[in-house]
Write a protein that binds this ligand. Structure first.
Ligand code: SF4
Ligand code: SF4
Length: 169
């Protein structure tokens, strides 16, 4: 999609994604390419192979100028949205990444990329972060995995209502 076809310019949210950076995952090379000169604007957690950025205040992404000024080379997580990366788990030479689309985007149905396309992009992210030799597994989050993230009481209630573990989403 070229910038002239960027549907986000018509976003109905008062504060769209680019104006409120929340949990943006970046590889270190994406960070050095686009964000290292703006590091003071973010809380940055370093997970070794990748970084998690949250804006310190209600400040827009430094590349937001009414539209993304680095659109053609924007980070993978920006390309993916409304898909978003969930967990990143490294075990030995294996790296497992999950993704989902539980996002509030009002244009989700129009913008969402086919799963194969998002998975290719996530694989690029993983290769950039962990190296091309890493054994990369990319999959959608399953409802059963989501249950594990819930407090025990809530998870039990969901299982009682469903009668069983829900199918994959
Ligand atoms: S991805 Fe969705 S929420 Fe984000 S700016 Fe575009 S339309 Fe708005
Ligand atoms: S890099 Fe571009 S697409 Fe990503 S948050 Fe910033 S302005 Fe938005």
């Amino acid at each position: 999609m070229s910038i002239s076809e960027n549907k986000c310019l018509a976003c109905s949210l008062e504060r769209n994604c680019c104006q409120q950076i929340d949990n943006l995952r970046l590889t270190k090379s994406e960070f050095h390419r686009h964000f290292s000169n703006h590091a003071d604007k973010f809380h940055i957690k370093d997970f070794g192979a990748w970084l998690l950025l949250n804006a310190k205040k209600d400040t827009a992404c430094p590349h937001w100028q009414g539209q993304c000024s680095i659109y053609e080379s924007r980070p993978v997580e920006c390309q993916l949205y409304p898909h978003t990366i969930g967990e990143i788990v490294e075990t030995g030479s294996h790296v497992k990444l999950t993704y989902h689309a539980r996002t509030a985007c009002p244009l989700k149905d129009e913008l969402i990329a086919p799963q194969e396309e998002s998975e290719r992009a996530i694989r690029r992210f993983a290769e950039d972060a962990f190296g091309v030799d890493a054994k990369i597994i990319v999959r959608t989050e399953t409802a059963s995995e989501l249950l594990l993230l819930l407090p025990r009481k809530v998870a039990k209630k969901v299982m009682r209502v469903c009668g069983t573990m829900p199918r994959s989403i």
